[in-house]
Design a protein around this ligand. Structure first.
Ligand SMILES: *Cc1c(COP(=O)(O)O)cnc(C)c1O
Length: 419
């Protein structure tokens, strides 16, 4: 399927780059909206959306304009100076999310690190935990990034991976079981850090009342509840934040949640598909503890990122992307179920964030992604048997139908071979 020119590009990546990824065999060169093209001008429907970083679609015209205008005016200053972009961005970010303060970073992992440092500082300075004793409770199967500290509490922090010594201070409990959090809490517990829906674990949706129970437990024990919504947030699940599926009548813009976490981590789609933009949002009591010199980033909160971040947030509402995620997501989920394919064991997820569990007796996740690719769908398996479908939130019914047709064709072909 690959021609010599494609092979040449692929070879360059593996010859000169560390092979810490195993990409699908396609060499992309342009994209617009929900569509991407390879160097031979073959067209694909992007159902990966850069792991949800491209929720606004590729090269969104409004964001492209902000990108052009802001980068030609002022793109980077460092935080040694004030700019006319950061303040308005932080104001929008906090008012839309309902949190008092934000600390801007770039990558998701950096924002997770920010949350960890903030929670620890709060534990020592407010909760009065003894020096160096603070613990953070995390869930099995989590994904929060790849730094040395973060892998210390994820499935990748395995001694056989040879990345040790690992960072202490983390306690792992079962995901979806609030009771296990209650049991793990002690006087040194600073925070609970979880994903409302585990993305990389295969779009694992916990029981409906899980998060509200965690909220109650954290309240009772004076423990911070911190949610990593880097992938699940900003409309991906059909609500602004995934936690809003379980906090009662909820439109965070109006601040009507019955409860909210103490901290929220955002990234991915905040950068509008253009640049890395992330942040840690929390209450004053936590973030006011971060004083000059305690934390920072040369690029964090730069004027270009601020302008893009602000517009990305506004567009979610102006273009009704959250609503579209819910409506198109429900339709997509139902369409997959209606296929009644023997290959599909389960369709999980909310909004335009679906995990399709396939029967590995028919085909592996890897081979199914390859077949999808051949039929013009960009998607990738997480684990062996889950395919994640997460198109941009801008997708129209017509575009989605195009994709659904292709997926149906692929499944029919596999069934035919198996019969
Ligand atoms: C992607 C992701 C991260 C890490 O973000 P990077 O920008 O890759 O560092 C952290 N948490 C979750 C839930 C993610 O999906």
């Amino acid at each position: 399927m690959l021609d010599d020119i494609q092979k040449k590009y692929i070879k360059k990546e593996s010859n000169f780059g560390a092979e810490n990824y195993k990409p699908l065999p396609v060499v992309l060169s342009k994209a617009k909206g929900v569509w991407a093209w390879d160097i031979n001008d073959n067209k694909y429907l992007d159902m990966m959306s850069g792991y949800s970083a491209v929720s606004h679609g590729h090269a969104h015209p409004e964001l492209l304009k902000v990108f052009h205008d802001q980068s030609s005016k002022l793109s980077l200053t460092s935080r040694a100076f004030y700019t006319d972009q950061l303040g308005p961005y932080l104001e929008t970010l906090t008012s839309i999310s309902g949190f008092e303060m934000a600390l801007p970073m770039n990558s998701g992992a950096e924002a997770v690190e920010t949350a960890i440092k903030s929670a620890r500082r709060w534990a020592y300075r407010v909760k009065k935990v003894k020096p160096d004793k603070a613990e953070i409770i995390v869930a099995e199967g989590n994904f929060h990034g790849r730094t040395t500290t973060i892998i210390s509490f994820s499935d990748e922090g395995n001694p056989k991976d040879d990345f040790g010594p690992l960072t202490p201070g983390f306690v792992t409990v079962k995901f979806g079981c609030a009771e296990s959090i209650k049991e793990a809490i002690n006087e040194n517990t600073a925070a609970v850090l979880i994903e409302p829906i585990q993305g990389e674990a295969g779009i694992v949706v916990p029981p409906n009342d899980y998060l509200s129970k965690v909220r109650e437990i954290c309240n009772e024990s004076n423990v911070l509840m911190i949610l990593d919504e880097i992938q699940s947030g900003l409309g991906r699940t059909g609500k602004l934040f995934a936690f809003q599926h379980s906090c009662g009548s909820c439109d965070c813009k109006e601040n009507l949640c019955n409860w909210r976490p103490d901290g929220l981590i955002l990234g991915k789609a905040l950068g509008g598909g253009f640049i890395p933009v992330s942040c840690f949002l929390s209450k004053k009591e936590v973030l006011e503890l971060m004083n000059p010199g305690s934390h920072g980033s040369t690029f964090g909160g730069n004027p270009l990122a601020s302008a893009i971040g602000k517009r990305s947030l506004e567009l979610l509402f102006e273009e009704k992307l959250i609503e579209n995620s819910r409506i198109m997501g429900d339709y997509f989920k139902q369409s997959l179920k209606n296929m009644n394919s023997k290959i599909i064991k389960e369709v999980r997820g909310k909004g335009l964030w679906l995990g399709v569990e396939i029967d590995k007796n028919y085909i592996s996740g890897k081979d199914l992604s390859l077949m999808c690719l051949e039929h013009g769908i960009l998607c990738k398996e997480t684990h062996e048997t889950t395919i994640r479908y997460a198109p941009p939130l801008t997708i129209t019914e017509e575009e989605l139908n195009w994709g659904i047709d292709k997926i149906r064709t692929v499944l029919k072909k596999i069934e035919k071979v198996a019969a």
